[in-house]
Design a protein around this ligand. Sequence first.
Ligand SMILES: Cc1cc2nc3c(=O)[nH]c(=O)nc-3n(C[C@H](O)[C@H](O)[C@H](O)COP(=O)(O)O)c2cc1C
Length: 209
Amino acid sequence: MDLIQDLNWRYAAKAYTDETVSEEKIDFILNAINLTASSCGLQPYRVFSISNKALQAKLGAGSFNGQIAQASHLLVFAAFNRVTTTDVTNMVDHIANERGVPKESLDGLFTAIDGFFKSRTDEENALWADKQAYIALGTALIAAANMRVDSTPMEGFDPKQFDRLLNLPEKGLHTSVILSLGYRDENLDYLANAKKVRIPLDQMATKIK
Ligand SMILES: Cc1cc2nc3c(=O)[nH]c(=O)nc-3n(C[C@H](O)[C@H](O)[C@H](O)COP(=O)(O)O)c2cc1C
């Protein structure tokens, strides 16, 4: 399937049918997210795939986004609150194991990355982690479109409510952004057949040669 066709097909769905997205398609999207690039390779977020309607209703209470409660699945992108030396050690050890190289050969990498995060505040590192989660959101949008699964990226929710209901503080995480997944309801969604609107390419991008 052509990527530009996928991107033209997708839009931020406002209403979903009752149809459930298969676990195979959810796993495809999660796998794509896991393959996303992240700064230093740290993958400083975790993704929760929620298909429990009672929990979705609680998460969406008070939000103007009915999709939170209605969608087949809700992906919650939860970023790290802090970056610790243990996080960096675990990543470097994982690389050494996966690539079959001595851990000592990665000492320089460890020192550079650990020093970088130590030179900044927890708040700065949490903001950095949020940015990485948004890159993963972008991958998820593309992967869902490729599977012809509709989706809605959302910032319109109460992050504190999400953090509390998902027990994120005790996991050292906070909610960054969310993505609902399902199938568009063409009868109820006023945007289902609307033309995609984007600024002209030459206004968005400047080629400097
Ligand atoms: C980070 C982010 C947050 C968004 N938050 C919401 C939201 O809370 N509710 C909603 O219905 N759409 C939300 N959107 C969808 C945008 O409104 C939509 O992507 C934009 O209007 C472009 O339209 P299209 O994606 O349908 O092509 C969000 C999009 C992004 C990327």
